[in-house]
Design a protein around this ligand. Structure first.
Ligand code: BDR
Ligand code: CA
Length: 387
């Protein structure tokens, strides 16, 4: 199809990054995937990206990128996504491997070779900032950068800072100042896409249409269990089984622009505040320009057509996750003795991946101790009121 946008997703899976990859592969031409340390250390999120490709039949090469932010100390989100980023399900053996360990160089070469690509970061912006710093010429060759990060309202990792922005605010600042066309899907948008037990049930029904029947969509089963674990974690942290399906919004803003309504705004990120580091400041003032007003540099996503977004996401998962090319993955899930209905979250019993010659090291062994929570990522009581 001529109007399928060609894109690279830069991610740190995380269940919502995984969904973003599936949506990108279904509705766009997913040229490649790059990974960045974020929700979990780089080795884990890279394995998770590879596993997503394996289960959903995605052929895009995976290039591993930055292990740590530009300036700040690394921080991860074990309290939300688990130590390995994909906690919850029983993970099947990994039979994919990375294409390279130099995502930044890959991105520069690829963007220089092909004009008009979309870059879709769904994790901390470290790789993208390194690309723009190393090769400032590439910003103008992109169709744009559509990132998930920041917020015009509440934060999740601190009262005012969203996780991706907080992990590497210096990188976000580089990207905001790059001159590239930018679309921002912040928490004020992405909390309009609720993750709750209903979504987990939908995913479970796609995975296994008959409760006693076979798994027909192993990808959906993985996502159902990841979502169930995410909801368990959120309930423990906040008392609510409610979150946002953040990362697919950044893809939908490109593949289905009518799903995300945007306004041009001046956006900056706080680098110095004691209480506000990582906060994105979105200038939403109306009226006459004043001297103290920056040039609009970002198309700020503020309103999501969440029914359409949900329908598109489910279409992508149904199409890409159905059993086809990789029976081994399906067998690994369906032969598991643990009941895997999404409404009865499965016990994690991690299956170590079998690294190929270039693959990243395997998932953490069962029983790897959790690090203490590094923050409280509390969703609002009613996500639709956040914006
Ligand atoms: C963002 O942080 C991560 O936990 C999610 O994958 C998403 O990219 C939401 O704040
Ligand atoms: Ca992410």
């Amino acid at each position: 199809m001529a109007d399928r946008p060609r894109m690279i997703v830069d991610c740190d899976p995380g269940h919502d990054d995984a969904v973003a990859l599936v949506v990108a592969a279904h509705f766009g031409d997913l040229v490649a995937i790059t990974t960045v340390g974020g929700n979990a250390p780089l080795i884990d999120v890279t394995n998770n990206a590879l596993l997503t490709c394996q289960l959903f039949g995605i052929d895009a090469p995976v290039h591993a990128g930055s292990t740590r932010p530009l300036v700040a100390e690394p921080r991860h989100a074990p309290e939300v996504h688990g130590v390995g980023g994909f906690d919850g399900p029983t993970l099947p053996p990994l039979n994919r491997s990375v294409a390279s360990h130099d995502a930044v160089e890959f991105l520069i070469e690829t963007i220089r070779a092909e004009e008009g690509l979309w870059l879709i970061p769904t994790g901390p912006l470290t790789n993208v900032a390194l690309v723009f710093r190393t090769a400032p010429d590439v910003a103008g060759r992109l169709a744009g950068v559509s990132f998930m990060g920041g917020s015009a309202t509440v934060g999740n990792h601190t009262p005012v800072a969203e996780f991706n922005a907080l992990v590497d605010p210096e990188a976000m600042s580089v990207v905001l100042d790059s001159g590239a066309r930018i679309i921002m899907s912040g928490l004020d948008l992405t909390y309009q896409f609720p993750v709750d037990d209903t979504l987990a049930m939908h995913l479970g029904a796609v995975a296994r249409p008959r409760r006693d029947g076979p798994v027909v969509n192993p990808g959906a089963l993985l996502l159902a269990d990841l979502v169930a674990n995410y909801l368990d974690q959120l309930e423990r942290l906040t008392g609510l089984r409610l979150g946002g399906l953040h990362d697919p919004c950044a893809v939908l803003a490109v593949t289905h622009p009518s799903v995300v309504s945007t306004s041009m705004r001046h956006v900056q990120v706080e680098l110095a505040g004691t209480l506000t580091r990582g906060m994105t400041v979105v200038d939403q003032r109306r009226g006459e320009p004043t001297a103290n007003r920056g040039r609009p540099n970002v198309a700020h996503g503020h309103t999501l057509d969440h029914r359409r977004a949900l329908s598109l996401v489910m279409d992508a998962i149904k199409a890409k996750g159905a059993v086809s090319g990789d029976p081994a993955s399906a067998t690994s899930h369906s032969s598991n003795s643990t009941p895997l209905g999404p409404w009865s979250p499965s016990t994690r019993s991690s299956t170590p991946s079998e690294p190929g010659p270039n693959s990243m090291p395997s998932q953490p062994a069962p029983g790897t101790p959790s690090r203490p929570p590094s923050g409280n990522r509390q969703p609002p009581t009613n996500p639709t009121t956040v914006s």
